[in-house]
Design a protein around this ligand. Structure first.
Ligand SMILES: [Zn+2]
Length: 378
């Protein structure tokens, strides 16, 4: 049954916001007249290097083109791929909410902000119960980069990361011994810290056995967006009383976990353990935290850790309350979260071991992006 949305006020407000954002000097817009044949040449080369045959490379390029062609607003200046992906993700989330008997998504409007940086946010439409849930135009690329790096790190030694005799130093050594992979992590974080986009990140498409990195990216994205639906569903930021912002974050996380589990009850092709385990959410939260620390080291954010958000590891520890599971299932899923935390911590340690404070400071002059809010996760 297709429901009618009651989001007319949110729609109006979003149109105004979008027009204003587009005029900004730091707006990141897609030029519709841009010659995409250059991209295709680059893609072809990258796919061939990743071990795909010529026919397979062409098929993948066609798949990308068909995907982009579904963009609901091709002329908006927003990357068409991001438009299609966002629509697919929120459609999955709202379908899960329908199955859970939740109605609040009827008053949600969606938008993509033409700004740098990976973020998702909720804007209240005053005097109504409507909200606009937006993502930054570069959120999905960020998730894709981190998911690839994560997957490659996991495959250095798949059983080691979740084993009982895991050793932190040993994990870091395994990662640093793969210098290509270490650099991939570093460039991904630096690119986002300096430009808010993937401009400086190396383009290394997945090899044949790496396709399931997309599962990780999807779990990160669904968590990010569902977290904002959680703030909307719980009416956060609307009361007149002073709110407990930490409690609100925990509440939005729990909501996101519930949605991730429900989405996964109808898997796309293959089971995705990164959804019901919350490992996708853990990877995302830790990636955002590392990015923020990198920006602090570079000096583009000067204020220390913002107090409105609880500590990331405290947030992830609360994921253990994905209760109502069989003990064996609980343990299996917890292992995914444990692995997520270990790999993300190792990557952060490598980052700060290989790049010196002086080098970070020197990079400052290359920074073209400073987040409008010092809170990357709004
Ligand atoms: Zn939040």
């Amino acid at each position: 049954v297709r429901h009618i949305k009651k989001n007319a006020a949110a729609r109006d407000l979003w149109n105004q916001i979008f027009c204003r954002l587009k005029e900004r000097e730091d707006a990141t817009l897609w030029d519709p007249n841009y010659d995409r044949s250059r991209d295709r040449t680059r893609l072809r080369k990258a796919f061939r290097e990743a071990g795909w045959s010529e026919a397979e490379a062409e098929e993948r390029i066609r798949f990308h083109d068909d995907f982009d062609a579904q963009a609901p607003e091709p002329a908006s200046g927003i990357n068409p791929g991001a438009q299609v992906l966002y629509q697919k993700l929120w459609t999955d989330i709202e379908a899960a909410m329908d199955r859970l008997g939740l109605q609040s998504h009827h008053t949600v409007m969606h938008g993509i902000e033409p700004l740098g940086g990976p973020f998702a946010t909720k804007t209240n439409v005053i005097m109504t119960n409507e909200s606009i849930i937006t993502v930054g135009a570069h959120l999905f690329r960020f998730c894709g980069l981190i998911a690839r790096a994560f997957f490659r790190t996991l495959w250095l030694n798949p059983y080691f990361w979740s084993s009982d005799n895991y050793d932190k130093l040993e994990g870091e050594l395994q990662l640093v011994e793969d210098s290509d992979l270490s650099l991939y992590w570093i460039y991904s974080y630096l690119s986002y810290a300096l430009t808010g986009t993937n401009a400086y990140a190396p383009f290394k498409p997945a090899k044949r056995h790496e396709i399931s990195f997309e599962q990780i990216a999807r779990a990160m994205e669904i968590f990010a967006i569902s977290h904002e639906y959680g703030h909307h569903d719980k009416n956060h930021g609307r009361g007149i009383d002073l709110q407990d912002s930490h409690a609100e974050e925990f509440e939005a996380d729990q909501f996101a976990l519930r949605i991730c589990q429900e989405v996964e009850r109808y898997p796309v092709l293959f089971a995705n353990p990164y959804l019901p385990s919350g490992a996708g959410g853990a990877i995302l939260l830790m990636a955002m935290e590392t990015l923020r620390r990198v920006q602090q080291a570079i000096g583009t954010i000067d204020r220390p850790i913002v107090n409105t958000h609880p500590d990331v590891l405290t947030r992830i520890a609360r994921f253990d309350s994905v209760a109502a599971l069989q003990p064996a299932e609980f343990l299996r899923l917890k292992n995914f979260r444990t692995t997520a935390v270990r790999i993300m911590s190792a990557a952060e340690t490598i980052m700060f071991n290989l790049v010196s404070p002086e080098d970070f400071a020197k990079l400052r002059e290359f920074a073209v992006w400073v987040p409008t809010s010092n809170n990357l996760w709004r």
